[in-house]
Design a protein around this ligand. Structure first.
Ligand SMILES: Cc1ncc(COP(=O)(O)O)c(C=O)c1O
Length: 375
């Protein structure tokens, strides 16, 4: 069994994808070719934002977003303590200050209570200026934007939505990547919408920010002249080949993959919900299931299940085994485990199970049966 079956997906889409790749090879227009612009239009349309600026990966997307907001060394960015390292790394590479925030026990997403408390602490300390919140739509589920937007407005903070895992999720009819002032995503192969290498995108409705991002992803070049540079930027573009592949994958994603992966999640929840803590999806929320993450009673119970599944060649993952404040570059910040009870609890008890749109009911049944037998 595969954790995320990219081979099955390729087999299902092979004719279209092979044709798309061949047409890029024939055109030899490998960098910023027409499929890139076509994809940007389609993605902006799908997400419901005016502008989409593609780039080289989801980490660059975050860094570029922060650069476009002029985040610098005296600014504080609030980051959930329970997410992939890149969410924090993108802040630190710009030498900006991080304040980690605990998560919500039920959703794994940033806790608005902990967020407000942390903002007030930073204000009281008076050393740095609160500037932005990076919300993460962890495991495919959008964060609680109704509450976070209120806090952002109250303290005049920008929201950068890290939807690297959240593309395709929604609240009501509003889609992920459109909740922040700027939204970012990743097209890493295992993501809800993945390409065949690295890729990323940034979304905004603000034309000035969009113009800045087009420039920043191309060495800070001016709008009208390739060799005139207005500021220091990056070299971060999406390859034409990846754009051509994504155009085909986006069709499948919209037509059936997102529904299919939701069906898989439903089967899991039906089978496991009686005995273990299955993912909590609030009313009107819709997940794109980057991960299906259950919680076990304690670390021993979690590790036992992982071992037993491994014996039957069923891969599982612990996302994430450590909180960000525990990682070496952040240990000197003086934030201790006790400030993050929900994060520490998650780190000790979570287990992510195989999930993807091509997973069969029998496979879900087998995983669920083994879990229930080993509780
Ligand atoms: C929450 C989150 N943010 C950012 C990233 C970075 O994306 P990429 O790997 O495309 O740089 C990831 C990728 O795993 C992620 O899960």
């Amino acid at each position: 069994m595969k954790f995320r079956d990219l081979k099955a997906q390729y087999q299902a889409l092979k004719p279209q994808i092979d044709t798309a790749i061949q047409s890029v090879l024939d055109s030899s227009d490998f960098v910023l070719g027409s499929p890139v612009m076509e994809l940007e239009e389609k993605l902006a349309d799908y997400v419901g934002r005016k502008y989409c600026i593609t780039c080289a990966n989801g980490t660059d997307a975050l860094q570029l977003a922060l650069m476009s907001l002029d985040i610098g060394s005296t600014d504080v960015v609030f980051v959930p303590d329970f997410t992939f390292f890149a969410t924090a790394g993108a802040v630190s590479i710009l030498k900006a200050q991080i304040a980690f925030v605990d998560i919500d026990e039920k959703t794994f997403n940033i806790s608005s209570k902990s967020l407000e408390k942390t903002i007030q602490r930073i204000l009281l300390e008076g050393k740095y200026t609160p500037k932005a919140i990076i919300t993460v739509d962890l495991f495919g589920l959008p964060a609680n934007y109704a509450q976070i937007r209120k806090i952002a407005d109250r303290y005049h903070l920008k929201i950068v939505e890290d939807a690297a895992q959240g593309f395709g999720g929604r609240i009501g009819n509003q889609r992920a990547c459109s909740f922040g002032d700027i939204g970012t995503t990743s097209f890493f192969p295992a993501k809800p919408l993945g390409c065949y290498g690295d890729g990323g995108a940034i979304f905004t409705d603000d034309s000035q920010i969009a113009d800045r991002l087009y420039s920043l992803r191309a060495q800070g070049r001016s709008k009208n002249s390739k060799y005139v540079h207005c500021e220091i930027g990056m070299n971060s573009r999406l390859d034409t080949l990846q754009a051509a592949i994504l155009l085909e994958k986006l069709k499948a994603f919209e037509q059936y993959e997102l529904n299919a992966v939701n069906q898989v999640a439903k089967w899991y929840t039906e089978r496991l919900g009686v005995a273990v803590k299955t993912p909590f999806v609030p009313e009107h929320y819709y997940s794109s299931w980057a991960q299906y993450t259950i919680r076990l009673e304690n670390t021993e119970a979690r590790n036992k299940i992982q071992e037993e599944l491994k014996k039957k060649e069923i891969p599982t993952m612990i996302y994430y085994p450590f909180a960000l404040h525990q990682q070496t570059p952040y240990q000197g910040m003086g934030q201790s485990d006790t400030e993050f009870p929900a994060t520490m609890h998650a780190v000790q008890t979570v287990l992510s199970l195989p999930i993807h749109p091509y997973m069969k009911k029998e496979e879900v049944d087998l995983v669920a049966k083994l879990i229930l037998e080993n509780l």
